[in-house]
Design a protein around this ligand. Structure first.
Ligand code: DX5
Ligand code: ZN
Length: 220
């Protein structure tokens, strides 16, 4: 069954502990924490001090998505601040293999994020480095903002990546992020994604618990 990571980016940022509690009560599996540096993406969000403050407010794993130009420089600091899963972009300025290894050394799941325009073939040389707990984060919107529309052209890439995993005898995870709702989550699951990030859909739902069940594809 697909795991659900709730993006807090479009939540009430003045009351993050309340957002974390809403997400926990709704039955989500993790909190998705988007870090933007105004350089890799044209936006700023939150960084280390906010993560440190949020960490003691929840028992949920925190799934940190770095949209920053030099992720390698910050790996250790994000792990120490409370990241339970940590992903970085293949398009960033850091060497992807080195960054992946740096995260893996801390014994947490490591993820390689891929923007919609980036061919999935760029992942091929990195696949042997992925352990079964690691993941590829396929962006289904352009990174930088919550609340955008899902890009269906990413679906064949997810399908192809799942095939690449199968051919390599791999069972790593595929996370999707951006514009995920009840309808698009079903298409992503069908294409091979097993880890779904949802922000505005989940936090904007009249019943976040029902939204989580719909995202997982559970019959209500
Ligand atoms: C976009 C972020 C996403 C975003 C998802 O750059 O990486 O995690 O918060 O939000 P929704 O689900 O609203 O598209
Ligand atoms: Zn994200």
């Amino acid at each position: 069954m697909a795991l659900i990571s709730a993006s807090i980016l479009n939540g009430d940022l003045a009351h993050l502990s309340a957002v974390a509690e809403t997400v926990r009560k709704a039955g989500a599996d993790a909190l998705h924490y988007d870090v933007m540096d105004g350089c890799f993406v044209d936006n700023l969000s939150f960084g280390l001090p906010v993560l440190e403050s949020l960490r003691p407010c929840t028992d949920l794993p925190i799934d940190v998505h770095l949209m920053i130009q030099e992720p390698l420089r910050f790996v250790e600091r994000f792990v120490k601040a409370g990241a339970d899963l940590l992903s970085f972009h293949i398009e960033s300025g850091s060497d992807p293999a080195q960054t992946l290894r740096a995260i893996q050394q801390f014994g947490i799941p490591a993820g390689i994020a891929v923007s919609p325009e980036t061919p999935e073939e760029r992942l091929r040389p990195l696949l042997p480095l992925l352990r079964e707990e690691d993941f590829v984060l396929m962006m289904t919107v352009r990174p930088g903002l919550g609340g955008q529309s899902f890009m269906p052209e990413v679906l064949p890439k997810i399908r192809h990546l799942r095939e690449m995993f199968a051919n390599a005898g791999m069972t790593a995870h595929i996370e999707v992020d951006g514009g995920i709702n009840a309808e698009t989550s079903a298409r992503c699951r069908e294409a091979g994604a097993d880890y779904l990030v949802a922000g505005s859909y989940l936090l904007g739902a009249a019943s976040p618990a029902e939204a989580v069940r719909l995202l997982r594809g559970e019959v209500i």
